[in-house]
Design a binder for this molecule. Structure first.
Ligand code: 6R9
Length: 675
């Protein structure tokens, strides 16, 4: 079965060479083909003889590199006259100036001309085995009908359209219909409350909402239309709510409501695409809210699309015919860039996953991989850690031979999860790409690139900057750290095509939050650059603990804690300490079926962490709980835990993104008993 073997992949085990909390001993490398097979444009880059050369070109000869890719990879209505005009110091970023294009044409029409019957979307519905395939021709027709419906309803170029829907073909068509007619879409994750939805609708001054009667997730029905009804009561500017029927259940319809499925059937299957300037707005997306008040980040047309497509192609080594399975919800940036825009711009086949990792059982992901023959699987560490608790049998039950690459996103992936993902899920033959990026960055910025022949991957390291990304590290005084084997604040020193352009209606806040005085893009994340120049994310800077003057990333401590055999998941917080400034407080969830006393576990962890990191990092407090508080996108809300350990449980702040309030209540009670 030679064809089942991964192409160009071998595994070499060598001894640990570098310090750093997550390093382990696996080193992987690929032997690739000629550079022009990898990137045909390399023919016109005479200076770049190898992959390092290509990368250097992308950051040093910006106009040549990005200009060539912009011309070759996108279809233009009128060509651009300048590749870029960027000045980060002044917060001014513009790419492909003078050019006009339409994003929907790039994601649909040009593929329809080539291969109309190629499958664009596989809608993996909540109920397993009920998937629906949508071809490029069908998706174009649906998008055009929707575009015409929106126009008939009065939506114009530049209007903001709220999309409050679970992953489904109509949601993708809604995004593309907006792009086609020049409207700006704003997805709101369909798990958000009415208040959170209303806040976003108000902030974006959106007059149109698209939704479904009900959502279905993990076998449970959610009353999405009811939530919209509640939200629009607080939003007097909303003029229309377009409602599609995801289930058979009829819902009350008011004067504002438009039965979407009926309306689209009345419309024509052709809808003239609007010529959009490269820098016109494509979408707004409010960030996940693990910190502060949600902000509407703005992404524009050409630069974003090109960057999403290139990262999709090169980070995941995507080839024509592959089935790309990103299980993120389309309401998050990962869904935008790697369920919709990247794969569709590349003419690929992309999976829309409506369900959860545990429905109907913990084998769901891998059963889906087997049934859909998924080649690249892209998910979040939180789900991997969850599934790990249920053991290997749920994975091994299914054929995963189609898998070529496994991706991870959203938070640092701890060594235990990485190794389980690599060894058990990927049978030690699929590279794991730990991809670091943010809503603000539009696409992946730091990641191993499996199709780079010289590349190697180390567990827990995001490794290398992608084309166009110049990472730089700053110390607490804002000085640039040029050496290796150093930790600092991760910044990016020059503009790249995929970056957010501003915060909607608040450019000042954008400048304040993201741009340093010296004109660097400030990511808010901490990073360690190894002695070999690889990048390892160490967690949000707001999560950094300072113990007796020693800086310690909570992610580093969590990684060590998670290596304890009894621990399934943990969150580490700094708490005020009279002498040391801050001490370490560990919240953790035990693996299923394991019992261990808190005293024994505390002693074990103190020993383990002293050994893995340093004595000063050993935790004073260990609190065993049954669930950690998480945002709906699966990020642990350390901010909430921090308030609890600071005894400020009455000031938990904005909890609109919190998934499970009961978990917080329980932790507060347990914390009181512990003191
Ligand atoms: C894509 C996405 C962004 C924040 C980011 C960082 C964390 C994302 C990560 C990671 C370590 C990774 N993050 N990927 N941390 N390793 N591979 O998640 O966007 O929701 O905006 O979150 O998530 O802290 O700053 P977003």
């Amino acid at each position: 079965m030679a064809w089942l073997l991964p192409r160009r992949c071998y595994l070499k085990v060598c001894s640990q060479t570098s310090r750093g909390p997550f390093l382990s001993s696996i080193v992987r490398a690929w032997s690739g083909g000629p550079l022009t097979a990898y990137m045909p444009e390399a023919v016109s880059f005479p200076g770049s003889k190898n992959h390092q050369g290509l990368y250097r070109m992308s950051v040093e000869q910006v106009d040549t590199f990005w200009g060539t890719l912009g011309r070759n990879r996108l279809t233009w209505i009128s060509p651009f006259h300048s590749v870029q005009d960027c000045n980060l110091e002044q917060g001014w970023v513009a790419w492909f100036l003078g050019g006009q294009l339409n994003v929907a044409v790039n994601c649909l029409d040009r593929h329809v001309h080539r291969a109309p019957n190629k499958v664009a979307l596989i809608w993996e519905k909540d109920e397993p085995g009920k998937e629906v395939q949508i071809t490029y021709r069908e998706l174009l027709e649906l998008t055009c009908r929707l575009g015409n419906t929106l126009k008939r309803q009065g939506v114009k170029k530049g209007d903001r359209v709220t999309i409050y829907m679970p992953p489904c073909p109509l949601a993708v068509a809604s995004m593309l219909a907006c792009a086609r007619i020049g409207a700006i879409h704003m997805l709101v994750f369909a798990g958000f409350s009415a208040e959170a939805l209303a806040d976003r609708i108000q902030d974006a001054q959106s007059e149109t909402v698209i939704t479904v009667n009900q959502g279905l997730r993990g076998g449970r029905v959610t009353e999405l239309k009811q939530t919209v009804d509640q939200a629009v009561k607080w939003c007097p500017k909303v003029k229309r709510v377009l409602v599609s029927m995801r289930t058979e259940q009829k819902v009350p319809m008011s004067d504002l409501d438009v039965p979407l499925d009926e309306e689209i059937m009345k419309e024509d299957v052709c809808c003239e695409p609007v010529a959009m300037d490269s820098e016109d707005l494509l979408f707004l997306l409010y960030t996940s809210g693990s910190t502060g008040k949600p902000k509407g980040l703005v992404h524009s047309q050409a630069g974003y699309l090109l960057y999403a497509a290139l990262t999709h192609k090169y980070v995941f080594d995507y080839h024509d015919g592959d089935v790309f399975g990103c299980v993120a919800d389309i309401g998050w940036i990962t869904g935008h860039s790697y369920v919709v825009y990247g794969p569709l711009c590349n003419g690929g086949t992309t999976v829309l996953f409506e369900s959860t990792p545990l429905y109907p059982d913990p084998g769901r992901y891998w059963e889906t991989v087997e049934r859909l023959r998924i080649n690249q699987f892209y998910g979040a560490p939180t789900a991997i850690r969850l599934l790990l608790r249920y053991g290997d049998k749920w994975v091994k039950k299914y054929d995963r031979s189609s898998l070529k690459i496994l991706g991870s996103v959203g938070e640092p992936i701890n060594t235990e999860a990485w190794e389980w993902y690599f060894n058990v899920v990927g049978e030690a033959r699929c590279p794991v790409v730990d991809t670091w990026w943010q809503t603000e960055t539009g696409g992946i910025c730091i990641s191993p690139r499996p199709s780079d022949p010289g590349d190697e991957i180390r567990p827990g390291l995001a490794m290398r900057p992608f084309f166009g990304i110049s990472p730089c590290l700053l110390d607490d005084k804002g000085n640039v750290l040029t050496e290796n084997d150093v930790s600092g604040a991760l910044c990016i020193s020059q503009a790249w095509p995929g970056m957010a352009r501003t915060i909607y209606n608040d450019h000042k806040r954008f400048l304040f939050m993201f741009l340093t005085a010296t004109g660097f893009f400030f990511t808010g994340d901490g990073v360690y650059r190894t002695s070999e120049g690889y990048y390892q994310l160490t967690g949000r800077l707001d999560d950094v603990i300072n113990i007796s003057g020693h800086r310690l990333g909570t992610a580093e401590v969590e990684d060590a804690v998670n290596q304890h055999a009894a621990v399934a998941e943990s969150a580490v917080i700094g708490y005020p300490h009279n002498i040391k400034g801050e001490g370490v407080y560990v919240f953790l969830v035990l693996k299923k079926g394991i019992y261990i006393s808190r005293e024994t576990l505390t002693a074990d962890l103190q020993e383990l962490i002293s050994k893995k990191i340093a004595k000063y990092a050993a935790p004073e407090y260990v609190q065993i709980t049954s669930r950690l508080p998480k945002t709906r996108s699966g990020k642990i809300m350390r901010r909430v835990l921090k308030k609890i350990v600071e005894n400020k449980a009455h000031q938990l702040g904005d909890l609109t993104t919190l998934e499970d309030y009961e978990a917080v209540q329980k932790i507060i009670e347990e914390h009181k008993c512990l003191l």
